[in-house]
Design a protein around this ligand. Structure first.
Ligand code: SAM
Length: 289
C-alpha cells in the first residue's frame, strides 16, 4: 500500500534516515494525498504502462506509480536518497531506481529495454531549476512518448499554454505546442510540499501529438528561427533574426522573405502562430547563404 504522502509519515522517513534537504537539487517533497491521486488520474496510468519518474525524492509518488503501472523507472540524482528509496520501495518488484542525472540518461534506451520501444509516460514533480531543459530534452530527443504529466511552477505551466499576442507567449509555448497538447490539471499551493517552495505550482499534462500539427522540412532550423525571434523581445522580427548568428540569412533577404509572406517589416515575433513560424522557417531556409 502507498503509505507516504502524508506529512507525518514523510517526516518520520526523513528522520529515520537523517536526511538533509539539498537546495541545489530543487527538493520540495509532496505531502498531499489528494494531489498525488490527481496526478495519477491525470496521467491515466494503467497496468499496461511503463512510467518514467524524474526525481522520486523519498519515493512518495513512486509508491502510487508502482501500484498503478506495470513498470516504473525512477531517476534520482541525489546519492543520499538511494538508501531511503530502497527502504520505502522495498515492497515493490516493478520499480528500478537509477542514481543518475536525468539530463545525462539515454531515455530512448530505457524505452527500448523496458517497453520494447513503445511510447512511455513520464510523470514527475520536477526539480524547478531544470524544468525547461528536461521537457525540451524529452521532446527534442524524439524518445517515444505518450504523455508527460508534471508538476512545474505555475508561471511555467501558464507559459506552456498561451497563444500569440500574450506577454507569456514565447519559445517554450511554441515548442510545447509543436510536440503536444498542454492542459493544466490543477494549481497546487506551497503548503502541499515540504519544505514549501516560494511560488505556486501547477500540474500540467502534455499529451504528445501522434502526427505533427505543422509540417516543416527542418525542425531544428524552425526552433532556431523561433529562439532568434524571441531572444530580443523588444526588437522587430527582422532585427531579432538578423542579430542571430544561428540564422545565416542576409538582412536584405530576411526583409524580402517577411514582405513576401505579407507581413509588415516592423512586425514582432510574438504575434506569429506556430503555423506562421513554420511557414517563415521554410521560406528563410530557401535563402540561407
Ligand atoms: N517526487 C518527489 C516528491 O514529489 O515528493 C520529489 C520531487 S522534488 C521537487 C525533485 C526531485 O528531483 C528531488 O528528489 C531531487 O533530488 C531530484 N533531482 C534534482 N535534479 C535532478 C536531476 N538532474 N536528475 C534526477 N533527479 C533530480
Amino acid at each position: 500500500m502507498a503509505y507516504l504522502g502524508n506529512p507525518a509519515r514523510t517526516v518520520a522517513v526523513l528522520e529515520k534516515h537523517g536526511f538533509q534537504f539539498q537546495k541545489k537539487y530543487g527538493q520540495n517533497f509532496l505531502i498531499d494525498t489528494h494531489i498525488l491521486e490527481k496526478i495519477i488520474d491525470a496521467a491515466e496510468i494503467t497496468k499496461d504502462d511503463m512510467v518514467l519518474e524524474i526525481g522520486p525524492g523519498i519515493g512518495t509518488m513512486t509508491q502510487y506509480l508502482c501500484e498503478a503501472a506495470r513498470e516504473v523507472v525512477a531517476v534520482e540524482i541525489d546519492d543520499n536518497l538511494i538508501p531511503v528509496l530502497e527502504d520505502t520501495l522495498s515492497e515493490y518488484d516493478n520499480v528500478t531506481v537509477l542514481n543518475q542525472d536525468i539530463l545525462k540518461v539515454d531515455i530512448g534506451r530505457i524505452a527500448e529495454e523496458k517497453n520494447h520501444g513503445k511510447p512511455i509516460k513520464v510523470v514527475a514533480n520536477l526539480p524547478y531549476y531544470i524544468t525547461t531543459p528536461i521537457i525540451m530534452g524529452l521532446f527534442e530527443s524524439h524518445v517515444p512518448l505518450e504523455s508527460i504529466t508534471v508538476m512545474v511552477q505555475k508561471e511555467v505551466a501558464d507559459r506552456m499554454q498561451v497563444g500569440p499576442g500574450t506577454k507569456d507567449y514565447g519559445a517554450l509555448s511554441l515548442a510545447v505546442q509543436y510536440f503536444s497538447n498542454p492542459e493544466v490539471v490543477c494549481v497546487v499551493p506551497p503548503t502541499c510540499f515540504i519544505p514549501q517552495p516560494k511560488v505556486a505550482s501547477s500540474v500540467i499534462r502534455l499529451t504528445c501529438h501522434k502526427n505533427p500539427v505543422v509540417e516543416v522540412s527542418d525542425e531544428a532550423f524552425m526552433f532556431k528561427v523561433i529562439r532568434a525571434s524571441f531572444n530580443q523581445r523588444r526588437k522587430t522580427l527582422v532585427n531579432g533574426l538578423n542579430n542571430a548568428p544561428t540564422i545565416p540569412v542576409s538582412k536584405e533577404n530576411i526583409i524580402k522573405t517577411i514582405e513576401e509572406l505579407g507581413y509588415s517589416p516592423t512586425i514582432r515575433g510574438e504575434t506569429l502562430s506556430l503555423q506562421e513560424f513554420a511557414t517563415l522557417s521554410e521560406a528563410l531556409r530557401q535563402k540561407v547563404n
